[in-house]
Design a protein around this ligand. Structure first.
Ligand code: HEM
Ligand code: HEM
Length: 213
């Protein structure tokens, strides 16, 4: 993919949803881990509070990702100011981004399946049965719930791995390649150095536009 070297920020709505989504995923992960590994026991108050925080944060991720994909369909993600063809790294980044979107849908859905199939401390007030989605997901037997739990946990660990790679890549672009990949996701002016570095140590002509003027 060739690009012009002009700095283009992604759509402001998509960027805002990205950071809200990231915060909610972190909250869901922390509350889920606390509920399972650090709380006092099955129906203890601290476990119940952590679990409800976990479930509502996770369900918000599901709603938010739908909104985000609608933005993504309406406004394409602009290329960075790097010059040259898209390389292997760009392809890996794309695969990771779409895998993150997929996991942000599948993890809450498997969580919802568990919550629908179990009473007791997994009950989520206000949450209808997952069957109402008419996606063919049923959660009627303990075996369904057990399968959903295994899938939920496996996918949760996958998202932890992918987020680690994703954040490491963003920091690598910022600290070592010193390009605009992270800068343009943050508010404020993009410094000329980030605007002009093509990631391979060569200067790219970066015409001024509204964003970096
Ligand atoms: C982005 C969304 C979500 C993430 C990243 C996530 C992640 C996690 C993690 C890391 C755990 C602990 C797994 C372990 O045993 O090691 C967990 C447990 C669990 N999650 Fe989620 N989850 C999400 C959404 C949901 C939703 C929406 C629900 C239900 C409506 C849910 C229901 C559960 C249940 C029932 C457990 C077991 C809790 C327990 O044993 O106390 N999750 N989840
Ligand atoms: C501190 C945490 C994070 C940082 C520093 C960060 C940074 C970034 C940056 C710089 C981009 C733009 C990449 C580009 O323009 O090519 C991006 C895009 C993206 N991020 Fe993050 N991110 C973080 C957390 C997360 C989390 C937790 C998720 C989801 C679980 C996530 C999902 C995505 C996705 C899906 C895109 C691609 C946007 C698209 O192509 O539609 N990010 N992130």
């Amino acid at each position: 993919m060739q690009n012009s070297g002009i700095i283009q920020r992604p759509n402001a709505g998509s960027v805002t949803l990205h950071w809200f989504g990231a915060a909610l995923v972190f909250l869901a992960l922390l509350a889920g881990m606390f509920a399972v590994y650090y709380s006092s026991g099955c129906c203890a108050a601290d476990r119940r509070i952590a679990y409800l925080l976990h479930a509502y944060a996770g369900l918000s991720v599901l709603g938010l990702v739908v909104l985000r994909l609608m933005f993504r369909a309406s406004y394409s993600w602009p290329p960075t100011a790097k010059s040259g063809k898209a390389g292997f790294g760009d392809m890996v980044a794309k695969v990771i981004h779409w895998a993150l979107y997929g996991l942000m849908i599948l993890i809450p859905l498997t969580g919802w399946t568990m919550a629908s199939g179990m009473g007791c401390c997994w009950y989520v007030p206000g949450l209808p049965n997952v069957n109402m989605l008419s996606l063919g997901i049923h959660s009627t037997t303990p075996a369904d719930v057990g399968t959903a739990y295994q899938v939920h946990v496996t996918l949760a660990w996958m998202i932890i791995g992918l987020i680690s790679l994703h954040v490491a890549a963003a920091l690598f672009h910022h600290v070592f390649l010193q390009n605009d990949v992270l800068q343009r996701m943050l508010p404020g002016r993009i410094p000329p150095k980030a605007a002009q570095n093509d990631g391979h140590g060569k200067a790219t002509p970066a015409p001024m536009n509204k964003e970096n003027a």
